[in-house]
Structures are given as structure tokens and as C-alpha cells.
Design a protein around this ligand. Sequence first.
Ligand code: BTN
Length: 335
Amino acid sequence: MSQATDERLGRIVRLLSDHATVTVSGTKIADEIGTSRSEVWRLVQQLRHLGVDIAGRPATGYQLERIPDLLLPEVLAPMLRGNILGRRIQHFFRITSTNSAAAEAAVGGEPEGTVFLSEEQVSGRGRGRNTWHSPRSTGIYCSVVLRPPLVPADALLLSLVAGLAVVEAVQQVSTNQSDGKHSIHPDLRWPNDVLLNGKKFCGILIELTADQTRVRHAVVGIGINVNQPSFPEDLKQQATSLRLETGLVWSRVELVSALLKSLDLEYRKLKESPADARGAIFRRFEQHSSSARGRKVHVDENGGFEGVTEGLDEHGFLRVRTAQGMRTVLSGGVR
Ligand code: BTN
């Protein structure tokens, strides 16, 4: 695992962003964050090393060359006031996996709503035994600790709402970007891959700790390919990014904030009454999925089988009509 970001770094970035048009003296920064001018210089050097463009020296003061798109708690927290998700935000520049960090913290009693964000993952994990390609500051690597009042049989609802939250956030940010003229419409592939033009730009990994009757905690891990300009050869055929599909550079800060707000809303409804939320979740999932009904698919489960999708059953599992009758897909791998 890695060290959480020194919060003084975030405070310096926040201070310089709030005064982006002027040079801020080393003394002012030192006073604001409660340290010495020489320590400010050391922290500024560290930020530069991490890719933040800051002009200036101790004698002249400092100014941001441009506002960095870093997912710092000091930047995000004010955007998430009142949310369950984001009550506490842990930021890393580099980590093995945000899901591993969140899971470890959850076992140690981390309260519901804590969000783990990293600029880069060196061992990002995907579903099955897959890895998740997580290059620095181009994607969103986010894990949330939840303590949902669900029985283990209903845990799939969490997967479905996480996918819906991504779709809503992407639609919302794309609408804002184009002043409402062009919104993009991501497509959900059961249970929660999110695609654009048939390629995956977001994957979701939910890891549960449960006993027989209830979920103790869940880590909802979301990886979004945002500004990757290209992908390694072995991923090119299946993977894409929002930038590649839209030709635009996206603000990760805006997108992660929209994501945490829409996931917060979805989660509140689910928490209030899982029984009432269920029907609407299934209906909306099917609306946002071109493959949940009437699509010929191959399922990599139980030796593999083929059939035509027929929507979700009462637990949220995918129904597939095969030559031998109706089957239910339990764990994904639908192509
Ligand atoms: C998939 O295989 O589709 C799931 C990918 C999930 C990736 C995210 S990135 C943030 C979190 N941390 C991880 O190690 N994995 C998840």
C-alpha cells in the first residue's frame, strides 16, 4: 500500500487555485497552512515533481500556471457537502489498488461513505483475475466504503446502481460541456460494464463482506477511462476512453463529483427501502442497456452457453433464453 497524500499539498493547490490570477507570497501560504516558508518551498517542489505547474520562487511568491485536474479532498469536499459519499476522502498519488485500501480500512471499522481516490494504481484489479490499466491522472480510480442494510441475496442491486450512477454522471457532464446541445448516452452491459460505441470505458468491482443474513460492508470500486489518448495493444479492441469517443478532454474533478453525487442519490433510495427501489432499478437498467433484452449473447459461465437475453429476474440476474430453456446468468462474462 502507499501513503495518503500530505493534506498540506492539497491546501496549497486549493489556495493557489482560489487566487489563480495573482502571485501568492510564500509567507501567506506558510501562515495559511501553519508551517514555515522553507517548508512551503519544499512542498511546492514536491507538487512540481507530481506534475503540478507552479511558477515562482520563495522570494517572488507562487502562482499556478494552470488549474490542475487533481482529485484532491480540498477541491472535492466542498462540492460534496451533505453527501453520505465523500464525508471523508482519502487521496493518494500512487497506490496498489484503491479497492484493497478501502477493504482494509473497512475491516478496521472505516465508516460508511469514505471515498478512496488515487491518481494512479500500480496493481489495479478488475473482475475475475483481470488487472485494471490505471495510468497516472488520466482515469478515475475510486473506491467507496458502504455498509448497506441488504441481505446478501440483494447485493447485486449495488452493482446495478453503481452502473446507473456512472451513466447519469457521464450524461450530465457531457450535457454541461456542450451547453445542453450534445449529451452522450453510455450503454450498460450486465451487470455493470459501461460502454460507448461497443467499447468499455468503465468497469466496476464490488467486493462484499457478508455473513449469512446481512452484508457487513461493501467496497464499490469504479474505474473510468477518462482522458487516455490511447491504449496498449492488448486492450485496444475492447477498451476506450471518454476522450477517445468524444474528442474532448474531460475534467476528472467535475466527473468524479457528478459520479459521487449520483451514486449518493441512488444509494440513499436503495438504503431507504430496498424493496421499493428494486423495480425502478431494474427498469432503468434495461432502459440504459441495449443488450439486456432481445440480444443474442454468449455467456462464459458453466462451460459457456448461447441464447437471447430476456431482461432481469426478481434479484437482478440476467435471463437468457437458450435452446434448452431459460437460464439465469449469475456472475457476468456476457458477450
Ligand atoms: C472490471 O473488471 O470491469 C472492474 C474494474 C474495476 C476497476 C476499479 S479502479 C478502482 C478500483 N480499484 C481497483 O483495484 N479496481 C477498481
